[in-house]
Design a protein. Structure first.
Length: 95
């Protein structure tokens, strides 16, 4: 449970390794609620636009082979569902 609370607060630094990372304009990390457990009971709450189920944070390109991202805060209401994370690089999503 302690681990979930730390992730919930966000701010965890994630180092991403690869090649050509200096060529990415405004890299972002995202978290997304993809399968809420209580969707049947609270259908109206989760039927809004996809952006209500997604949080973004900007990443910084350190070098051509490394960038650093800060994990977005995870809303407490999401902790009961399934959360997916990934990166957006030049409008291409990688998860």
């Amino acid at each position: 449970m302690l681990l979930i609370l730390n992730i919930n607060r966000g701010g965890i630094r994630v180092t991403v390794s690869g090649t050509g990372l200096d060529l990415v304009d405004e890299p972002q990390m995202y978290i997304e609620l993809v399968n809420p457990v209580s969707a049947r009971r609270r259908r109206r709450r989760f039927s809004r636009a996809v952006s209500d189920n997604r949080k973004l944070s900007l990443c910084m390109n350190a070098t051509s082979t490394e960038m650093v991202c800060v994990m977005p805060e995870v809303p407490e209401s999401w902790l009961q569902g399934s959360i997916q994370y990934g990166f957006i690089m030049n409008n291409v999503e990688v998860n």
